[in-house]
Structures are given as structure tokens and as C-alpha cells.
Ligand binder design. Structure first.
Ligand code: SF4
Length: 349
């Protein structure tokens, strides 16, 4: 069901746009700042919540503008504490976010989506089968953080500590909106979170990685690498055909040199595909040009995909080899598998 209206979405307007609108309604300019604070700092979902504005002014706002807030559609809780939320957008599309709590490390991470579906068709990923329907706007990304933060407070008595753009979609193909959402999340007028707590994950679009460097965004960058040679990577990630490993390494080196931000590689271990010591050797080579952390991730099979997860034994050998080469490695056991919330499983199920 779609709830789209003809009214303009006020969260797509800049502060000066809102000021002009407020003046046109015969209100004082400072009222715009109040409206903006309600929208971005207090996360208001309706004009009626804006209680320091007069009722006639709120009604006037309501008449001309809409707040396209996302709404919770379904919440699933995993036995391991992971919580997956499905949200309905104002036009009826569905997206997912995942809260991954690690109380022992005092780490509460939300994985947010940046697009409805995804155009990149990685063969191991459920989202990639959905096709891209549209990009999320900044407010829709921001809403996921606000709503999952409230969920985190309620379930664990703790606010979110980390945000990863690793849900549905390729964040660097929704670039402008992703950057605007980061701005909202980190700004003192928004959630005031540190950009160091944010990681943007990309399947590897070299020119956009360079753009991120040129725009001097202070976030961590993760490359979904998953294979350390072009033949294998082409097989599982078609985007590699236009962005091969040489091109990506050059872009990442540039990113590191310009920003000194942290870079990590995500590497899903697939049995007998990319989990041998030869693969580890190739991967170690890609860790030399700049400091990088490798996160090895357990694979979560999805229906119809031709892969199985690597055995623990193979993953341990693989990680040991990398450590011997001086590479920083973390092995991530999968979270939220029982509710299809793990890496590559998000498909609005
Ligand atoms: S892994 Fe990421 S980039 Fe690849 S299809 Fe899935 S959502 Fe898109």
C-alpha cells in the first residue's frame, strides 16, 4: 500500500528552503530553525509533535508538507541477540536494517540499507536478486539509525555505538544521499555521532572511492573483496569487470593517502572457492600498499547459490597464514542466521 501524497517532503528541503517557506506563511524566520530541530535533532515523525509551534502554524505546515518517515513493518529477533527490522517506506517499498549487539565489547552496531534492492547482482547475495528499485533518500537512511537506536536503548539499555552502511544496496551508487545522511548523523544539529564510528562498505567502484577521498569524508571504508584475483572476483561480483583489482587498489591507496581513514576488506570464505592458502597468499599481497584490516566472514548459504561455507578448520588456517604475513585479521562468526539477517541474506523475507 502506498501512502504517497502530493505534498512536498519537508526533509528534502535545506534550512534556507524551510526559512523561505516559513516566511511565506507569515511566521518569523527563527521558526524555521525550530522546525529543523524537530525534524533532525528530535526525529519528529509528524508536525503535531512540534509542540513549541502554534497550532495554526503546525496545521499550515501539515497542509503543505509531508514528513516521509519510515515505519516498522516487522521485527525478528535472533537467538544470538541480533534484531532484524523491516521498514516500510512512504511509497510502499520495504527495506531492512539489522542491530548487532556485542554487549561484552560494549559494541552495538546497526547495519543500514542505502537502496531498495541492488543493481550489482553479486552471485552470493540475496539482495542482488531483487534488482534496484530506487535509492533511499538521506532521511530514510537517517530514520533507520534513529529507530534502531531507540530499539537498542529499549532492548539493551545502551545507544548505538557503530553504524555500518552494509545492508541492502551499494552506498556509493546512492552517493549524494549517503553523504547527506552521514552529515545528519554526525552533525551537532542531528545525532552528533562521531564519523569514526561509521563505516561505508562498497562492492568496489573505483571512481567513487576516489570521490569519497576528494570529498574528505571522515568515515571508515570497507571493501567487500571476497576474492583476491580478478578471475574469481569476476565470477562472483560482476562489478569487478569494470573495476578490477588493480584499479581498486589504486583507488584505495589514493583514499588512504588523502584521508588516512581506516580501510578494511570484507572476505566471505566460500568452501573450495577462495579459502585455500594460495588464495590467502594473493590476499596478503593486497594488504601491502596501505594499512588494512581483513574481516573474514562465515558464509550464510542462500537458496540456489552455488556456494557452501568454508569449514572452521580451513578458515583458521587461512587466518593463521595471513597473521604470519603481518596482516591484521578478524574472523567473524555469522550473526542472525536464523532470521536471515546475516551478511548477504537481506531480501525482505
Ligand atoms: S553484496 Fe552488496 S553490492 Fe553485492 S548484490 Fe548484495 S547488496 Fe548489492
Amino acid at each position: 500500500m502506498s501512502a504517497t501524497t502530493d505534498k512536498a517532503d519537508i526533509r528534502k528541503m535545506s534550512l534556507s528552503d524551510v526559512e523561505a517557506a516559513v516566511l511565506a506563511m507569515g511566521e518569523k524566520k527563527f521558526r524555521a530553525k525550530q522546525v529543523y530541530e524537530w525534524l533532525w535533532k528530535k526525529g519528529a515523525r509528524s508536525f503535531s509533535e512540534m509542540t513549541n509551534l502554534s497550532k495554526p502554524f503546525r496545521e499550515e505546515l501539515e497542509k503543505h508538507y509531508a514528513i516521509h518517515a519510515i515505519a516498522t513493518d516487522q521485527v525478528q529477533r535472533s537467538l544470538d541477540g541480533t534484531i532484524k527490522s523491516r521498514f516500510r517506506l512512504h511509497d510502499g517499498h520495504l527495506i531492512e536494517s539489522v542491530l548487532i549487539p556485542v554487549p561484552a565489547d560494549n559494541r552495538y552496531t546497526v547495519c543500514v540499507s542505502s537502496q531498495v534492492g541492488c543493481s550489482l547482482s553479486c552471485t552470493f547475495c540475496a539482495t542482488g536478486r531483487m534488482k534496484r528499485l530506487r535509492n533511499l533518500d538521506a532521511a530514510e537512511i537517517y530514520d533507520q539509525v534513529v529507530m534502531v537506536n531507540a530499539q537498542c536503548e529499549e532492548a539493551f539499555g545502551h545507544p548505538l555505538t557503530n553504524i555500518v552502511y552494509m545492508g541492502m544496496g551499494e552506498p556509493l551508487l546512492a552517493y549524494k544521499n549517503v553523504l547527506e545522511s552521514i552529515d545528519r548523523i554526525t552533525s551537532a544539529d542531528g545525532l552528533n555521532m562521531s564519523p569514526r564510528r561509521i563505516t561505508v562498505s562498497t562492492a568496489g567502484i573505483a571512481r567513487m572511492i576516489k570521490k569519497l577521498a576528494d570529498d574528505a569524508v571522515k568515515v571508515n571504508l570497507a571493501l567487500s573483496l571476497h576474492a583476491a584475483d580478478d578471475v574469481k572476483r569476476n565470477e562472483i561480483m560482476p562489478i569487478n569487470e569494470q573495476n578490477n583489482l588493480d584499479t581498486l587498489m589504486e583507488a584505495l591507496k589514493y583514499y588512504y593517502e588523502q584521508t588516512r581513514n581506516r580501510i578494511s576488506y570484507e572476505y566471505i570464505a566460500f568452501q573450495d572457492f577462495n579459502d585455500s592458502i594460495d588464495d590467502a597468499r594473493l590476499l596478503a599481497r593486497l594488504c601491502k600498499p596501505f594499512p588494512v584490516r581483513v574481516n573474514i566472514i562465515e558464509y550464510n548459504p542462500i537458496d540456489g547459490a552455488p556456494f557452501r561455507k568454508a569449514t572452521e578448520h580451513r578458515i583458521d588456517d587461512f587466518a593463521r597464514y595471513l597473521r604470519e604475513q603481518g596482516v591484521m585479521v578478524t574472523v567473524r562468526r555469522s550473526r542472525g542466521k536464523d532470521i536471515d539477517a546475516a551478511c548477504g541474506q537481506l531480501a525482505n523475507k
